[in-house]
Every structure is written in structure tokens, then in C-alpha cells.
Design a protein around this ligand. Sequence first.
Ligand code: C2O
Ligand code: CU
Length: 550
Amino acid sequence: AKVHHHTWDIAYHYKSLDCVNKLAVTINGESPGPTIRATQGDTVVVTVRNSLETENTGIHWHGIRQVGSPWADGTVGVTQCPILPGDTFTYRFVVDRPGTYFYHAHYGMQRVAGLDGMLVVSVPDGVAEPFAYDEDRTVLLMDWWHKSVYEQAVGLASDPLVFVGEPQSLLINGRGVFEPFHCSRAPSASGCSSAPRPAAGCAPPALFTAVPGKTYRLRVGSLTSLSALNFAIEGHSMTVVEADGHYVRPVVVDSLYIYSGESYSVLLTADQDPSRNYWAASHVVARERNTTSAMAILSYAGNDPRAPPPTPRPEGPAWDDARPRLEQSRSLAVAHPDHVVPVPPRPDRALLLLNTQNRIGGHIRWAINGVSLAFPATPYLVSIKRGLRGAYDDQRPPPDTYDYRSYDIASPPTANGTVASKVYRLALGSVVDVVLQNTVALNNKSETHPWHLHGHDFWVLAYGDDGKKFDPERDTNKFNLRDPVMKNTVALHPRGWTAVRFVADNPGVWLFHCHIEAHVYMGMGLVFEEGVDKVGRLPKSIMGCGRSRT
Ligand code: C2O
Ligand code: CU
């Protein structure tokens, strides 16, 4: 096994990702950062220097379980203190499984400023994968705002709340073309001739050049801050073969729905007319579309890679049709049920978690069973390992369930809730079920929330229908225990429920949260702890804040 060393300087630079000049948080001057490539079993060492002047940072390795290195998870407030301006911090971890993963900032809402990238782990030489392809390519999907992180975060914490709004642009591999949405629909509309137009020379970027007849594995990942997306390549179908680092039973799709924090590998064969190019497109779904779709160009070898396709830009599916999204979620199954870890037949503990938006102390927050997460000043990992009493809200544990018999998920929440730093303590090695229950928010609408678990993968056992409340007595027997897919991020669909199961077998403290930056910033997350007494000596480098002292 190899050791891969990277040295990163994190700094603000002016960037024109969507042809509008704006500050971005960069890695060695780039946003998105470089794709890290390694082979299963290798060690990745990243030395991060924070050159942000006035902002802390911390970097999370999304999808890497950090077995034996829970302090390298990069979650500020949970597994480490922030990396201060001028300081240097070294992450060292083993990539123990092949698959398509990410890295990104995990401090405040810093990810919205562009500190992210992909992490690809290959199988060792001689190990066969359950499908064939010639080459792989990464496709990182993002959404992009012209407002700074600070304006966005302060707005969300204000009373009345100032929402971040819909993104100005969508990006494909960090590039896009800003154009006001209404002008993209009707270029002659009033104001559009004088509205900021894409600068001269600003055009849809090249995706990659395909050689006719070859099959490509596209490693598609979404690190949007808000948007759920639909991704498609004109004229080509795609075969989904991997989700969040796990092989899935191949499914052929015309387009892929993808939520923030998810990754998929799709196979694409260059089998269309090679004399022209094709649009690759990313469209907003699940929220009313107010952002021009992103376009990139798939070219065939021999053509000008920047030559626009002869066809009109694809429109994408209706943003408000939730049915095909739920269907795609339900269509995923593990590739070889006989070859993978069998699902434990029953849980040792079951959590039923109601997702609500509440007004708490004059602020709008998101809460789980009435508790809205605030990160403590001392990282949980240090306070739990050292037994520091009162470093987080350790008086009473957060509730395992809510009043599911009488709660009305079709009406906006009226209850209050609290803002707190609590933790669910799980028995090491126990089997845990989590059912996430969606509701309508204060505006009477119900959003899609992509939930991401650090330190583990979970089996996705079932999705409930729109408008149906989960009832443990009735719905537990609907769980798929035969061939469920394993993932680390899963969609909670509007007014629906999603059931997952995992084994709490990774000593450490792990965040479980909605991957929408604004939502976790407003408290939509919770913390699991298991077996911290089994964790080795904590490195001094994660300490120094709150009551954590070396
Ligand atoms: Cu990719 Cu806690 O997040
Ligand atoms: Cu959310």
C-alpha cells in the first residue's frame, strides 16, 4: 500500500467559476480542488495550511469511515477544533474501500465558498469489478452563489431570517455560465439586454472527449449547498453501477437524480453519431426552478471539443414531479446480495426522528424531535473521551422518538423546541434503525433533505409514500432485508419517510445531518457516539479550543 502526500494552502482568491468574478475559498489557488486518487488500502496524508486570514477551517473526507482514526474526520466541533488562520493541520487516514467519495470544508457554511473536490479510490490491480469500462472521468456537480459565506450565514441567523435564495448558477466540474433565469427563458424579456450577460468568451465548458465505441465510467457526485439535481447527457442512456462506494444492481436511466452528498458511477458508451457533440446538463429539481441549468459539452474525438451541439439546450424534467425521484430511490438494490454482509434481522434500538422547522427564541431553526443542533465549543470527541462534564448538554439525552400517533405531518409545526448540543450514545456493536420522518415546514411546503452519516454506511430499508406517516407497528415489516443498497447519504422525500439500519461498530463520535448547508447551519443534525473508550490516544493537534487542552 502506498502513502499519498498532499500539501494544501487554503486561501481566498478571485475566481470566475460562472464567468462572474467573486471570492472563492481555494486549494492551492483552485476551486474545486484537485481530485485525490488512491488505491484501496493506501494511506492519504493531507497537510492543510489555513491562509484565510480571518476564517477558521476544517476538511471532511466524505464517505471515508475513518476506522481507527476518528479524529481525522474533519468535523469542526465534533472531532476537532477549527484550524485557525495561519495554522497547519495534518489529516492522515486509510482509504479502506474502493469507490467515489469527496472532501469538503466542514466549518460553518464554508463549503458554499467552493472548498471541495473528489476522492476516488480504485480497486487494487488484479481485482475485478462487476462491470467493464475503458476509462473513468469525474463529474462534480455544484450550485453557486454570488453572496459570500458571511452574508449567507448571517442572513440565516437573523430575525427575520434572510434566506440564501436560489443559486445564481449551477456548475459542472466547477464551471458554469451565469445567466438570470428569466433571461434564459425569454432573452427578449425586459431588462435582459442590459442584464449581466455572460462575458465574451464565456461558454459552456468541455466535459470530456469520447472515443467512439468506448465505454466510460462517469463518477458523478453532487456537493451542492442547496439544490437537488437531475443530470443527463443528451442522446445517451447511462447505467448506474455504483452508489456512495457500493456496487448496485445495474439500472439503465435516461437521467440521474442526485442529491447533495451522493455519488454514483454510471457507464456511458459513446455509441451515437460521432460527427457532432452532445449536451451534458444539470437541472434543479425539488425546489421551484429559478436557476439556469448548467450545460457542458460531451465531444466525440475529431470534433472541436467546444463546438456547441446543433440541438437546443435540454430542458430537464419538471421540477415539481416527485414521483420519478422516489422511483429512482426505490430502484436501487445491492449488486450481489449473496456476496455482501447480510442485513442483521432486527435492531437493538430504533430511533424515529421527526424533521421540523421551528421558531425558537425568535429564530427559524430546524429540529429533530424538538432538538436543534448547535456545535459545542469543545469537540465532542475530546469531551467524551476525557469525561469533561458539562462541555456539551449531557444532562438529558435527546429523545428516541416523537408522538407519532397524534402528530400531524400535513400542518406546519407549532411546538417550540430547543437549541442544544446533545448526543445519542449507542452501544458499541449494536444494530441501530433510524426512521426519518418528513413534515411540512413553516411555509407549508415539504422539502427534500439528503441525510448523510459520518463514520458508517447504512442499509436503505424503505421509503414511505408522500403524505404517509411512519407507524412502527404497521411499516416495519415493509423493510427490505434481502437486497437493500448501502449508502452514506439518503434522500428524505417531501412528506415521506426513509428507514435505514446500521451497525454502530466504529468507535468515535459521528455527525448525522442534512447535507444542505443552510439546513445543518440551522440545526438539522444530530450526533452519535459509540465506544469512545476504545479510541486510541487523541492527537494534540485536534485540541486547543473550548475546554480541550493539550
Ligand atoms: Cu459531506 Cu458532514 O458532510
Ligand atoms: Cu435539509
